[in-house]
Design a protein around this ligand. Sequence first.
Ligand code: UDP
Ligand code: MG
Length: 317
Amino acid sequence: MKSISIVIPAYNEERNIRPVYEKVAEVFLPLKGSYTYEIIFINDGSKDETGEEIEALAKEDANVKYIDFSRNFGKEIATTAGLHRCSGNACLMLDADLQHPAELIPDFIRKWEEGFEVVIGIRKKNQSDSQIKILGSKLFYKILNGIIETEVVPNSTDFRLLDRAVIDEFNRFTETERMTRGLIDWLGFRRAYIHFKANDRLHGTASYSFWKLVKLALNSFISLSLVPLKLAGYLGIFITISSGIAGFYIMVGKYFFRWHFASTFSDAENLAIFIVFLVGIILTSIGLISLYVANIHKEILHRPMYVVRKHTDSSGI
Ligand code: UDP
Ligand code: MG
């Protein structure tokens, strides 16, 4: 019998824990003969009663396991911890707020049985999403696909199933600044896609603010490619050459040919244009380089990715 691990990161989800648990249990009921399952909840430093809810469930049902973080480490790290400790032949990542329709789990499993090693949930457009979020994600995928080698399908979500082989490879990643989705895409493997319509959040509010999303997007650019760094170089070369030519043109026009156009620029103005350009280049380069340096710094510290207060004490975990 094959076993499936369901990994559910939870941050301030006290009212969603039981519903999501019941939903998963219900989905697995008809699959009882062919699959066993475990649900691994990761309590990501919630400030409400999420931890207590999970613990109560774990006492009731041996299929429920948990990891309790000492503080909030973010969803990406929480799912990573789940993947580190899951024991199934395949693992499925699910949001705690029931936005990912658990009733599709059998479809994910079917695709997996067909031989696909990664099954990715693709979200259909959501009416409630703000225009800026839609535009932002469009732009993000356009740029990302332009600069990295592996293909990332727009609107792909964390609602995905991974084969054991993928999980084992994934667990070799050591970076602490990470985007789980991006890393899985980087790994490759045979992929299948399942389209779904995201439900509205059952209880509570989404904890991913606009800025948190921007930070995530920036991080995935930096961790997946060196193009931004090179871009600063190209930009620098371009601006230096073009301003050099312009400066040369104005100088020659002014002192050799005495063109009217060229002589309307005073020396101070020429200098000002030149300096502004240079300052622009320097600032862009410094900004980008510092992002990389910050990343290097974090990786070199080699801090543990997360800190666990306690977890279910069984052989599987
Ligand atoms: N989450 C988490 N840590 C965080 C933020 C979110 O574990 O710091 C979990 C959250 O409990 C939920 C999932 O990640 O299960 C998705 O979060 P959310 O619904 O806030 O974001 P969105 O639906 O906008 O992706
Ligand atoms: Mg959500």
